[in-house]
Design a protein around this ligand. Structure first.
Ligand SMILES: NC(=O)c1ccc[n+]([C@@H]2O[C@H](COP(=O)([O-])OP(=O)(O)OC[C@H]3O[C@@H](n4cnc5c(N)ncnc54)[C@H](OP(=O)(O)O)[C@@H]3O)[C@@H](O)[C@H]2O)c1
Length: 295
């Protein structure tokens, strides 16, 4: 799309724009020459985004607040981290303005035990998918497995302070997907035709136990990181106040179910982007300083 005149294409509205995947999707869209609008529910002046991005203040829990951001937009990247109550009204409003929506969901339909643990997020994602399907929108559903960046939130605090990484189910295998690959797929399906009705499970290229993932981060830091198994009950206690208990229970059930079998892996990232998905080793190398220097 090099050289495309920005005025020729309607802007893409990115929700979750200051979050992990949305922020990276903005970079990918700008690289492709696509005009970008970003939604934030904080004051627009409180967020730092590339100068080319048009920032709109709006809240997914207040559907009418999205009107200015949606008016004249061509497509929406929908990332839902808000409570569920206003989802129907928001999807209806999207449908009255844009032609296309790409929704960041999860692999809750995938017949692998890791993804089959009941949890409220899966219910919300399924509901939003149904709402989208009931509109006439061109839609694409993206279902990343474990984002590689989760490990930053999980293990960086211990690694930064030189402590042993203590975690439950070190033997559980996942195939962490690089957030940049998820964002690149999101951008591609937002600005290019041909993905209407498609539904993709996005994974990294290799199955790694959680303990092996800690080793890979250690390699990136040129340090040997000690790993110690923690019991699920200890994890529950330590997570109190930092994550909802339903999420903690879902993670524990998923990891427990994933011990002893390889993670579910797809070729979707390569199929869509035409390049191999980034490995967890690559992700760790590119984020090494985040494990030493703080958030
Ligand atoms: N982590 C994983 O491994 C994983 C795997 C599969 C799927 N997912 C899904 O990915 C999604 C999260 O993506 P992410 O990690 O990129 O998100 P994130 O980093 O948590 O960012 C979410 C953004 O949403 C915005 N936001 C929060 N409440 C809002 C509201 N009421 N109205 C408008 N915007 C609001 C916030 O931006 P402002 O403060 O600027 O408004 C925030 O930056 C979830 O649906 C999750 O289930 C995650």
């Amino acid at each position: 799309m090099g050289g495309m005149n920005q005025l020729d294409i309607p802007p893409v509205l990115v929700t979750g724009a200051t979050g992990r995947v949305g922020r990276l999707a903005i970079d990918q869209l700008l690289d492709a020459g696509v005009p970008v609008r970003a939604l934030t529910h904080r004051s627009g002046t409180a967020v730092t985004l590339p100068a080319k991005v048009e920032v709109f203040t709006g809240d997914l829990t207040v559907p009418e607040s999205l009107e200015p951001a949606l008016s004249g937009a061509g497509a929406v990247f929908l990332v839902w981290t808000a409570p569920p109550q206003t989802a129907a009204a928001v999807v209806e409003r999207l449908a009255s303005h844009v032609r296309r929506v790409v929704f960041l969901s999860s692999p809750h339909q995938t017949p692998h035990p890791f993804f089959q643990q009941p949890n409220p997020m899966a219910v919300l994602h399924a509901d939003i998918e149904r709402l989208i399907a009931a509109t006439g929108l061109e839609s694409t559903i993206l279902r990343p497995g474990m984002l590689a960046s989760n490990t930053l939130a999980w293990w960086a605090p211990a690694i930064r302070t030189g402590k042993v990484v203590r975690w439950p189910y070190g033997a559980a295998e996942t195939a962490p997907v690089d957030d940049r690959d998820v964002a690149a797929v999101a951008a591609r399906t937002l600005y290019q035709d041909g993905y209407a009705g498609a539904d993709y499970i996005l994974t990294g290229p290799e199955s790694l136990t959680q303990a092996a993932q800690v080793d890979v981060i250690g390699d990136a830091l040129d340090r040997r990181l000690a790993f110690e198994e923690m019991t699920p009950d200890e994890f529950r206690t330590l997570s109190e106040g930092t994550a909802p208990s339903s999420v903690v229970d879902m993670l524990l059930a998923a990891w427990g179910a994933a011990v002893g079998q390889p993670a579910y892996i797809t070729t979707a990232v390569a199929d869509i982007l035409g390049t191999a998905p980034r490995t967890f080793r690559q992700w760790a190398a590119d984020h090494a300083t985040a494990f030493t220097e703080g958030p």
